[in-house]
Design a protein around this ligand. Sequence first.
Ligand code: NAD
Length: 284
Amino acid sequence: MELAGKVAVVTGGASGIGRATVELFAAEGAKVLIADIADEAGETLAERLGASAVYQRTDVSDPAAVEAMIEAAVSRFDGIDVLFNNAGMSCCAFPSFLDDTLEDFDRVMRVNVLGPMLGTRNAARIMARQGRGGVILNNASIAGTLAGHAMMTYRASKAALIQFSKSSAIDLARHGIRVNCIVPGHVRTELSSFGEKGAESGLAARIEEGVNAVYLSNQLIKRRGEPDDVAQVALFLASDRSRHMTGAVIPVEGGVTVGDPVNHLEQIFDARTAAFAAMERLDG
Ligand SMILES: NC(=O)c1ccc[n+]([C@@H]2O[C@H](COP(=O)([O-])OP(=O)(O)OC[C@H]3O[C@@H](n4cnc5c(N)ncnc54)[C@H](O)[C@@H]3O)[C@@H](O)[C@H]2O)c1
Protein backbone atom coordinates (compact mmCIF):
# COMPACT_ATOMS: atom_id res chain seq x y z
CA MET A 1 0.00 0.00 0.00
CA GLU A 2 2.66 2.48 -1.09
CA LEU A 3 0.19 5.18 -2.05
CA ALA A 4 -2.27 4.79 0.82
CA GLY A 5 -4.05 8.08 1.48
CA LYS A 6 -2.73 9.71 -1.71
CA VAL A 7 -4.80 11.28 -4.46
CA ALA A 8 -3.54 10.84 -8.02
CA VAL A 9 -4.63 12.10 -11.43
CA VAL A 10 -3.59 10.09 -14.49
CA THR A 11 -4.21 11.65 -17.91
CA GLY A 12 -4.70 9.23 -20.78
CA GLY A 13 -5.65 6.79 -18.04
CA ALA A 14 -8.16 4.80 -20.07
CA SER A 15 -5.66 2.86 -22.19
CA GLY A 16 -2.14 1.45 -22.40
CA ILE A 17 0.48 2.82 -20.00
CA GLY A 18 -2.07 5.11 -18.35
CA ARG A 19 -4.51 2.30 -17.64
CA ALA A 20 -1.77 0.05 -16.20
CA THR A 21 -0.72 2.94 -13.93
CA VAL A 22 -4.28 3.65 -12.80
CA GLU A 23 -4.70 -0.04 -11.88
CA LEU A 24 -1.38 -0.16 -10.02
CA PHE A 25 -1.91 3.14 -8.16
CA ALA A 26 -5.40 1.99 -7.06
CA ALA A 27 -4.03 -1.39 -5.95
CA GLU A 28 -1.44 0.50 -3.88
CA GLY A 29 -4.13 2.43 -2.03
CA ALA A 30 -4.44 5.68 -4.01
CA LYS A 31 -7.65 7.38 -5.02
CA VAL A 32 -7.32 7.96 -8.76
CA LEU A 33 -8.97 10.35 -11.17
CA ILE A 34 -8.82 8.91 -14.68
CA ALA A 35 -8.72 11.72 -17.25
CA ASP A 36 -9.17 10.85 -20.91
CA ILE A 37 -11.22 11.47 -24.03
CA ALA A 38 -12.04 7.76 -24.44
CA ASP A 39 -15.23 7.90 -22.39
CA GLU A 40 -16.37 4.30 -22.66
CA ALA A 41 -13.00 2.79 -21.74
CA GLY A 42 -12.50 5.34 -18.94
CA GLU A 43 -15.92 4.78 -17.41
CA THR A 44 -15.60 1.00 -17.60
CA LEU A 45 -12.23 1.12 -15.85
CA ALA A 46 -13.54 3.45 -13.12
CA GLU A 47 -16.55 1.19 -12.55
CA ARG A 48 -14.29 -1.84 -12.21
CA LEU A 49 -12.12 -0.08 -9.59
CA GLY A 50 -15.15 1.05 -7.53
CA ALA A 51 -14.60 3.67 -4.84
CA SER A 52 -10.87 3.98 -5.68
CA ALA A 53 -11.43 5.69 -9.02
CA VAL A 54 -13.51 8.18 -10.89
CA TYR A 55 -13.52 9.05 -14.59
CA GLN A 56 -13.61 12.59 -15.90
CA ARG A 57 -13.65 13.43 -19.60
CA THR A 58 -10.67 15.72 -20.17
CA ASP A 59 -9.04 16.85 -23.37
CA VAL A 60 -5.63 17.83 -21.98
CA SER A 61 -5.14 20.41 -24.72
CA ASP A 62 -8.14 22.40 -23.43
CA PRO A 63 -7.21 24.78 -20.58
CA ALA A 64 -10.75 24.83 -19.12
CA ALA A 65 -10.97 21.03 -19.14
CA VAL A 66 -7.60 20.67 -17.38
CA GLU A 67 -8.66 23.17 -14.73
CA ALA A 68 -11.89 21.22 -14.20
CA MET A 69 -9.89 17.95 -13.98
CA ILE A 70 -7.74 19.20 -11.11
CA GLU A 71 -10.73 20.78 -9.34
CA ALA A 72 -12.66 17.50 -9.65
CA ALA A 73 -9.83 15.51 -8.03
CA VAL A 74 -9.55 18.01 -5.20
CA SER A 75 -13.27 18.21 -4.44
CA ARG A 76 -13.92 14.49 -4.90
CA PHE A 77 -10.91 13.17 -2.98
CA ASP A 78 -9.52 15.86 -0.71
CA GLY A 79 -6.57 17.46 -2.48
CA ILE A 80 -4.04 16.18 -4.99
CA ASP A 81 -0.68 14.49 -4.35
CA VAL A 82 0.34 13.02 -7.72
CA LEU A 83 -0.24 14.09 -11.33
CA PHE A 84 0.89 11.77 -14.12
CA ASN A 85 0.93 13.73 -17.39
CA ASN A 86 0.70 10.60 -19.50
CA ALA A 87 -1.78 11.43 -22.27
CA GLY A 88 -0.07 11.79 -25.59
CA MET A 89 -0.53 11.25 -29.29
CA SER A 90 1.65 10.29 -32.19
CA CYS A 91 1.94 12.35 -35.36
CA CYS A 92 1.57 11.34 -38.98
CA ALA A 93 4.58 9.35 -40.14
CA PHE A 94 6.22 10.36 -43.42
CA PRO A 95 9.22 8.32 -44.58
CA SER A 96 10.89 11.58 -45.67
CA PHE A 97 10.60 14.98 -43.99
CA LEU A 98 10.43 16.49 -47.50
CA ASP A 99 6.89 15.10 -47.72
CA ASP A 100 5.75 16.05 -44.22
CA THR A 101 2.65 18.28 -44.44
CA LEU A 102 3.04 19.36 -40.79
CA GLU A 103 -0.78 19.56 -40.72
CA ASP A 104 -0.98 17.93 -37.30
CA PHE A 105 1.71 20.13 -35.73
CA ASP A 106 -0.63 22.29 -33.64
CA ARG A 107 -2.69 19.36 -32.34
CA VAL A 108 0.35 17.23 -31.41
CA MET A 109 2.09 20.12 -29.65
CA ARG A 110 -1.07 21.07 -27.76
CA VAL A 111 -1.66 17.52 -26.53
CA ASN A 112 1.96 16.50 -25.86
CA VAL A 113 3.40 19.79 -24.57
CA LEU A 114 0.67 22.28 -23.66
CA GLY A 115 -1.36 19.54 -21.91
CA PRO A 116 1.40 18.61 -19.41
CA MET A 117 2.23 22.31 -18.90
CA LEU A 118 -1.39 23.18 -18.06
CA GLY A 119 -1.73 20.14 -15.80
CA THR A 120 1.54 20.86 -13.99
CA ARG A 121 0.73 24.51 -13.40
CA ASN A 122 -2.80 23.87 -12.15
CA ALA A 123 -1.87 20.90 -9.95
CA ALA A 124 1.20 22.68 -8.55
CA ARG A 125 -0.90 25.71 -7.59
CA ILE A 126 -3.02 23.44 -5.40
CA MET A 127 -0.03 21.43 -4.12
CA ALA A 128 1.77 24.64 -3.11
CA ARG A 129 -1.31 25.83 -1.24
CA GLN A 130 -1.84 22.46 0.47
CA GLY A 131 1.66 22.61 1.88
CA ARG A 132 2.23 18.84 1.79
CA GLY A 133 4.45 18.75 -1.31
CA GLY A 134 3.55 16.72 -4.35
CA VAL A 135 4.74 14.68 -7.30
CA ILE A 136 4.47 15.46 -11.01
CA LEU A 137 5.37 12.79 -13.55
CA ASN A 138 5.68 13.36 -17.26
CA ASN A 139 5.62 10.66 -19.90
CA ALA A 140 8.04 11.52 -22.72
CA SER A 141 9.56 8.99 -25.13
CA ILE A 142 12.89 7.83 -26.51
CA ALA A 143 11.76 9.84 -29.54
CA GLY A 144 12.60 12.88 -27.41
CA THR A 145 16.14 11.76 -26.58
CA LEU A 146 17.21 9.74 -29.62
CA ALA A 147 17.46 11.55 -32.93
CA GLY A 148 16.06 9.78 -35.95
CA HIS A 149 14.21 10.27 -39.17
CA ALA A 150 10.45 10.61 -39.69
CA MET A 151 7.84 11.66 -37.13
CA MET A 152 9.60 14.97 -36.55
CA THR A 153 6.68 16.65 -34.78
CA TYR A 154 6.37 13.82 -32.24
CA ARG A 155 10.15 13.89 -31.61
CA ALA A 156 10.14 17.67 -31.16
CA SER A 157 7.14 17.52 -28.81
CA LYS A 158 8.74 14.90 -26.55
CA ALA A 159 12.08 16.75 -26.46
CA ALA A 160 10.17 19.87 -25.41
CA LEU A 161 8.41 17.91 -22.67
CA ILE A 162 11.74 16.69 -21.29
CA GLN A 163 13.12 20.22 -21.08
CA PHE A 164 9.91 21.48 -19.47
CA SER A 165 10.07 18.62 -16.99
CA LYS A 166 13.60 19.47 -15.84
CA SER A 167 12.92 23.21 -15.71
CA SER A 168 9.71 22.82 -13.73
CA ALA A 169 11.60 20.59 -11.27
CA ILE A 170 13.85 23.58 -10.59
CA ASP A 171 10.95 26.03 -10.37
CA LEU A 172 8.71 23.91 -8.14
CA ALA A 173 11.34 22.56 -5.73
CA ARG A 174 10.72 25.51 -3.37
CA HIS A 175 7.20 24.13 -2.82
CA GLY A 176 8.39 20.61 -2.07
CA ILE A 177 7.08 19.39 -5.44
CA ARG A 178 9.19 16.77 -7.21
CA VAL A 179 9.03 16.55 -11.01
CA ASN A 180 10.41 13.55 -12.88
CA CYS A 181 10.17 12.39 -16.45
CA ILE A 182 9.77 8.82 -17.71
CA VAL A 183 11.19 7.98 -21.12
CA PRO A 184 9.61 4.78 -22.42
CA GLY A 185 10.90 2.88 -25.42
CA HIS A 186 8.75 0.50 -27.44
CA VAL A 187 5.78 -0.46 -25.31
CA ARG A 188 3.07 -2.76 -26.61
CA THR A 189 0.08 -0.38 -26.83
CA GLU A 190 -2.29 0.97 -29.46
CA LEU A 191 -0.06 4.01 -30.02
CA SER A 192 2.98 2.02 -31.12
CA SER A 193 1.32 -0.88 -32.93
CA PHE A 194 1.42 0.52 -36.49
CA GLY A 195 -1.51 -1.85 -36.98
CA GLU A 196 -3.97 -1.80 -39.86
CA LYS A 197 -7.51 -0.95 -38.74
CA GLY A 198 -9.94 -3.78 -39.55
CA ALA A 199 -7.18 -6.13 -40.76
CA GLU A 200 -8.05 -9.86 -40.62
CA SER A 201 -6.15 -11.77 -37.93
CA GLY A 202 -3.53 -13.31 -40.25
CA LEU A 203 -2.47 -9.95 -41.65
CA ALA A 204 -2.55 -8.30 -38.20
CA ALA A 205 -0.28 -11.04 -36.79
CA ARG A 206 2.18 -10.65 -39.67
CA ILE A 207 2.34 -6.87 -39.22
CA GLU A 208 2.90 -7.31 -35.48
CA GLU A 209 5.65 -9.87 -36.08
CA GLY A 210 7.43 -7.55 -38.53
CA VAL A 211 7.09 -4.48 -36.29
CA ASN A 212 8.31 -6.47 -33.26
CA ALA A 213 11.44 -7.59 -35.08
CA VAL A 214 12.29 -3.98 -35.93
CA TYR A 215 11.67 -2.80 -32.37
CA LEU A 216 13.84 -5.55 -30.88
CA SER A 217 16.69 -5.14 -33.36
CA ASN A 218 18.55 -2.56 -31.24
CA GLN A 219 17.01 -3.32 -27.83
CA LEU A 220 19.22 -5.09 -25.28
CA ILE A 221 16.36 -6.82 -23.44
CA LYS A 222 14.83 -8.97 -26.13
CA ARG A 223 11.14 -8.61 -25.33
CA ARG A 224 8.65 -5.86 -26.08
CA GLY A 225 7.97 -3.51 -23.16
CA GLU A 226 4.56 -3.90 -21.55
CA PRO A 227 2.48 -1.06 -20.04
CA ASP A 228 3.09 -2.44 -16.55
CA ASP A 229 6.89 -2.10 -17.02
CA VAL A 230 6.34 1.66 -17.17
CA ALA A 231 3.63 1.72 -14.50
CA GLN A 232 6.05 0.13 -12.00
CA VAL A 233 8.50 2.99 -12.51
CA ALA A 234 5.66 5.52 -12.21
CA LEU A 235 4.74 3.92 -8.87
CA PHE A 236 8.32 4.20 -7.62
CA LEU A 237 8.50 7.86 -8.69
CA ALA A 238 5.10 8.62 -7.13
CA SER A 239 6.04 7.01 -3.84
CA ASP A 240 8.26 8.24 -1.02
CA ARG A 241 10.88 5.66 -2.02
CA SER A 242 12.07 8.18 -4.65
CA ARG A 243 11.99 11.08 -2.17
CA HIS A 244 15.50 12.26 -3.10
CA MET A 245 14.83 12.34 -6.86
CA THR A 246 13.67 15.33 -8.86
CA GLY A 247 14.42 16.61 -12.35
CA ALA A 248 15.38 13.07 -13.40
CA VAL A 249 14.86 11.74 -16.91
CA ILE A 250 14.52 8.00 -16.63
CA PRO A 251 14.66 5.61 -19.58
CA VAL A 252 12.38 2.56 -19.38
CA GLU A 253 13.25 1.08 -22.74
CA GLY A 254 15.07 -2.24 -22.41
CA GLY A 255 18.39 -0.55 -23.15
CA VAL A 256 17.60 0.96 -26.56
CA THR A 257 19.37 4.24 -25.78
CA VAL A 258 22.42 2.86 -23.95
CA GLY A 259 24.54 2.90 -27.06
CA ASP A 260 25.14 1.17 -30.35
CA PRO A 261 24.91 -2.59 -29.67
CA VAL A 262 27.16 -3.32 -32.66
CA ASN A 263 30.58 -4.38 -31.36
CA HIS A 264 32.82 -2.20 -33.52
CA LEU A 265 36.01 -3.31 -31.80
CA GLU A 266 35.31 -6.92 -32.70
CA GLN A 267 34.73 -5.87 -36.32
CA ILE A 268 37.91 -3.77 -36.34
CA PHE A 269 39.98 -6.73 -35.07
CA ASP A 270 38.41 -8.91 -37.80
CA ALA A 271 39.32 -6.27 -40.41
CA ARG A 272 42.92 -6.09 -39.13
CA THR A 273 43.26 -9.87 -39.14
CA ALA A 274 41.92 -10.01 -42.70
CA ALA A 275 44.40 -7.26 -43.77
CA PHE A 276 47.36 -9.14 -42.20
CA ALA A 277 46.24 -12.38 -43.86
CA ALA A 278 45.95 -10.66 -47.26
CA MET A 279 49.44 -9.16 -46.91
CA GLU A 280 50.94 -12.52 -45.95
CA ARG A 281 49.38 -14.11 -49.04
CA LEU A 282 50.86 -11.29 -51.21
CA ASP A 283 54.32 -11.71 -49.59
CA GLY A 284 54.15 -15.47 -50.08
N1 NAD B 1 3.64 2.86 -26.53
C1 NAD B 1 4.87 3.28 -26.68
O1 NAD B 1 5.70 2.56 -27.26
C2 NAD B 1 5.31 4.61 -26.10
C3 NAD B 1 6.67 4.89 -26.16
C4 NAD B 1 7.11 6.10 -25.64
C5 NAD B 1 6.21 6.99 -25.08
N2 NAD B 1 4.88 6.69 -25.06
C6 NAD B 1 3.99 7.69 -24.47
O2 NAD B 1 3.18 7.08 -23.49
C7 NAD B 1 1.97 7.82 -23.36
C8 NAD B 1 0.79 6.86 -23.33
O3 NAD B 1 0.70 6.21 -24.59
P1 NAD B 1 0.27 4.68 -24.77
O4 NAD B 1 1.36 4.01 -25.51
O5 NAD B 1 -0.20 4.11 -23.49
O6 NAD B 1 -0.90 4.88 -25.83
P2 NAD B 1 -2.45 4.55 -25.82
O7 NAD B 1 -2.92 4.96 -27.15
O8 NAD B 1 -2.71 3.15 -25.36
O9 NAD B 1 -3.02 5.53 -24.69
C9 NAD B 1 -3.06 6.92 -24.87
C10 NAD B 1 -4.27 7.45 -24.13
O10 NAD B 1 -4.24 8.88 -24.18
C11 NAD B 1 -5.54 9.33 -24.49
N3 NAD B 1 -5.48 10.64 -25.11
C12 NAD B 1 -5.06 10.96 -26.36
N4 NAD B 1 -5.22 12.26 -26.58
C13 NAD B 1 -5.74 12.78 -25.45
C14 NAD B 1 -6.14 14.09 -25.06
N5 NAD B 1 -6.05 15.12 -25.92
N6 NAD B 1 -6.63 14.28 -23.82
C15 NAD B 1 -6.73 13.23 -22.96
N7 NAD B 1 -6.40 11.97 -23.28
C16 NAD B 1 -5.90 11.76 -24.51
C17 NAD B 1 -6.09 8.28 -25.43
O11 NAD B 1 -7.51 8.34 -25.51
C18 NAD B 1 -5.59 7.01 -24.78
O12 NAD B 1 -6.50 6.53 -23.81
C19 NAD B 1 1.96 8.83 -24.51
O13 NAD B 1 2.33 10.11 -24.04
C20 NAD B 1 3.00 8.29 -25.45
O14 NAD B 1 3.59 9.30 -26.24
C21 NAD B 1 4.41 5.52 -25.55
